[in-house]
Design a protein around this ligand. Structure first.
Ligand code: ATP
Length: 446
């Protein structure tokens, strides 16, 4: 849980400053003073985020025969949120300061707090605050229907259960996965992109025979923890935490969080929950539609499958990658994002040592040859040392420099971001050397 009043953490401040300086992440609508707890991803940030989403999709959907993908709309029928329990239960207890009108999550204030931590004013009575954003569907506000922006992507999967099952040949156990935006009007926000009001989720609902939930929960907990390790995140900073009985939703038998040790403490990256048959049963009750799996092997027996859910945050994963990879290499006077090559926004940078003697031509040609295959960056501005430093801060694992010797023997230097080792390889080996170095690492992500 994040603290009420965000404290300052030196590492967080450095990461936020680097994100701005290098164009990873900006405050939304900054030129108008910004909007609280909403962020925009810049050129490097969008690539980093896309890599996270692609690697998740590849691991969860492409590499698995029994998981299908889908992409539901953000706007859904309001009944969906009645059935899911969000209208009645998606509340946080909120208190408001009578003097400065700041609002706090009651359960995040230290016990017995009765005065505002900011202005020492008197706090009002706690009341329930629903976290769903409302909007209007229809052309005039008067005649329009009030609907919600989805607070999670999962319900788009449950309401499409029958559509997916009847249009595909699936057999239990099987999963349906999707990723996309979700919106929550969080009372307390902070810690940069850890808790925002607009964010992205990567969710998968795994449908199993009732009674097999516990074993599948065990399976998915380990698969998901392992995925974060495959992204190169320090294993000693990742842990699993089982929910205590009083943390569990009433329909849930068990739930685990994958947590990462951020500068502000261990906090949730992903929840993996046994949801039983709750969601499908609820949607059957409210929609009147049959949401069964017909078991052909058991003479057409109708089953309401139980569900194990994996629900991860894209933005929290991005924040983890940024803080975990941040390294001040004092010895070499540089800041480095030691990203795993699979997540690095740029895989290779190409530099002519000087803007003369034909070096730019060779460097351009190399860039043109490879940038469809490897996200690449061409840079001929400033000293070579400055160009290397910029790529270190962007987390680019490899830099290639075209120098005098290239013009004589068609070899180039390949610099490794972490070890700073430079090797000479021939121009026509660049593709295969990079393929080997990058693909072998990315393959592990299967
Ligand atoms: P928390 O306890 O931190 O509020 P939660 O238990 O409400 O999280 P879930 O409903 O389980 O979160 O959502 C699944 C995942 O979605 C979380 O693990 C997190 O990665 C992401 N997520 C949820 N709320 C936010 C948010 N406000 N900002 C960014 N990511 C979020």
């Amino acid at each position: 849980m994040t603290p009420v009043k965000p404290m300052s953490y030196p590492l967080m401040e450095k990461v936020v400053a680097l994100c701005r300086r290098r164009g990873f992440i900006f405050q939304s609508s900054e030129i108008y003073g910004g909007i609280n707890a909403v962020y925009d991803y810049g050129p490097l940030g969008v690539e980093l985020k896309r890599n996270v989403k692609d690697l998740w999709w590849r691991n969860m959907v492409t590499a698995r025969e029994n998981i299908l993908g889908m992409d539901a709309a953000i706007l859904m029928h309001p009944k969906v949120w009645e059935a899911s329990g969000h209208v009645d239960n998606f509340h946080d207890p909120m208190v408001e300061c009578q003097k400065c009108h700041r609002r706090y999550r009651w359960d995040q204030l230290p016990g017995e707090t009765s005065t505002c931590p900011e202005c020492q004013g008197e706090l009002g009575k706690p009341r329930q605050f629903n976290l769903m954003f409302k909007t209007f569907l229809g052309s005039t506000e008067e005649g329009a229907q009030e609907i919600y922006l989805r607070p999670e992507t999962a319900q788009g999967i449950f309401v499409n259960f029958d559509n997916v099952v009847s249009s595909n040949r699936v057999k239990l156990p099987f999963g349906i996965a999707q990723l996309g935006k979700a919106f929550r009007n969080e009372i307390t926000t902070g810690n940069f992109i850890f808790r925002t009001r607009e964010f992205e989720q990567m969710e998968m609902e795994f449908f199993v025979r009732p009674g097999e939930n516990a074993q599948w929960l065990e399976y998915w907990v380990h698969e998901r923890l392992n995925w974060f390790k495959l992204l190169g995140i320090s294993p000693q900073k990742l842990r699993l935490r089982a929910h205590t009985k009083d943390e569990l939703a009433h329909y849930s038998q068990a739930c685990y969080d994958v947590e990462y040790e951020f500068p502000f403490g261990f906090s949730e990256l992903e929840g993996i929950a046994d949801r039983g048959t709750y969601d499908l049963t609820q949607h059957m009750a409210l929609s009147g539609k049959k949401l069964y799996y017909i078991d052909q092997e058991a003479r057409g027996e109708k089953i309401v499958p139980a569900v194990v859910e994996t629900s991860a945050g894209v933005d929290r994963t991005v924040l983890t990658l940024l803080t975990d990879s941040y390294w001040e290499d004092k010895e070499n006077d540089r800041i480095v994002l030691r990203f795993h090559p699979a997540v690095a926004p740029i895989k290779v940078a190409i530099f002519p040592l000087f803007n003369k003697a034909g070096m730019p031509n060779v460097a351009r040609k190399l860039y043109d040859d490879i940038h469809f295959k490897f996200p690449a960056f061409y840079d001929d501005g400033g000293s070579i040392g400055k160009r290397y430093r910029r790529q270190d801060e962007a987390g680019t694992p490899f830099c290639i420099t075209i120098d005098h010797q290239t013009l004589e023997d068609r070899t180039v230097t390949l610099r490794d971001r972490d070890s700073l080792e430079q090797i000479r390889i021939s121009l026509n080996q660049v593709d295969s050397v990079l393929t080997d170095k990058l693909e072998s690492l990315i393959q592990r992500n299967k």
